[in-house]
Ligand binder design. Sequence first.
Ligand SMILES: NC(=O)c1ccc[n+]([C@@H]2O[C@H](COP(=O)([O-])OP(=O)(O)OC[C@H]3O[C@@H](n4cnc5c(N)ncnc54)[C@H](O)[C@@H]3O)[C@@H](O)[C@H]2O)c1
Length: 169
Amino acid sequence: MTAAGEYYEDKVAVVTGGASGVGLALAETMLRYGARRVVLADVNDENLGRETARLNEAHPGKVLGVHCDVTSEKDVQDMIKRAADFGAGRIDLLFNNAGAGLGGSFDEQSNEDWDRAFALNFYGARCTVSVRCCPSCAHRAAGTSSTSSPASRSTRWRTSRSTPRPRPR
Ligand SMILES: NC(=O)c1ccc[n+]([C@@H]2O[C@H](COP(=O)([O-])OP(=O)(O)OC[C@H]3O[C@@H](n4cnc5c(N)ncnc54)[C@H](O)[C@@H]3O)[C@@H](O)[C@H]2O)c1
């Protein structure tokens, strides 16, 4: 196994937007590399049910699908709690992957479109790594990673707090 593969071995991971695309591929890859538990958190219940069942067939008991809208703090709090229970108190890796692009040209996009895009791609990712929604991330120094591009700055902030870097003198 490669060093990258070994990194995922025995880890408990949460993937938001994990029921399709990049998130689903990531979940499958981690399971192949021996992840202990993987939680798929998504709003699309049809995909969530189908993919959770499919992955559990290949990796019995290792996958939990949770309905979660990352724009809802309550949903995220509930999801994190269920994920931590499923991981026997552990969440080692949190992938902020739920997101979507804005369609159409700049002129066609309304303020409401931008509000929706920020709610999903920015505040959604911010919420999953905030102490309020994810106490286990703050206290256990969980690794976080964001695929939804605008959120990467806030995630880096959290990660750098969890893993202090040397300050320039
Ligand atoms: N595919 C690309 O080329 C590309 C490039 C740059 C960034 N990204 C980002 O990577 C991430 C994954 O992209 P993808 O191509 O796999 O997209 P995708 O549409 O296949 O997957 C996104 C998943 O997020 C889920 N989702 C949407 N809104 C949600 C919400 N409110 N709460 C929870 N889940 C929600 C969807 O149901 C879907 O399962 C996205 O954040 C996207 O913006 C993708």
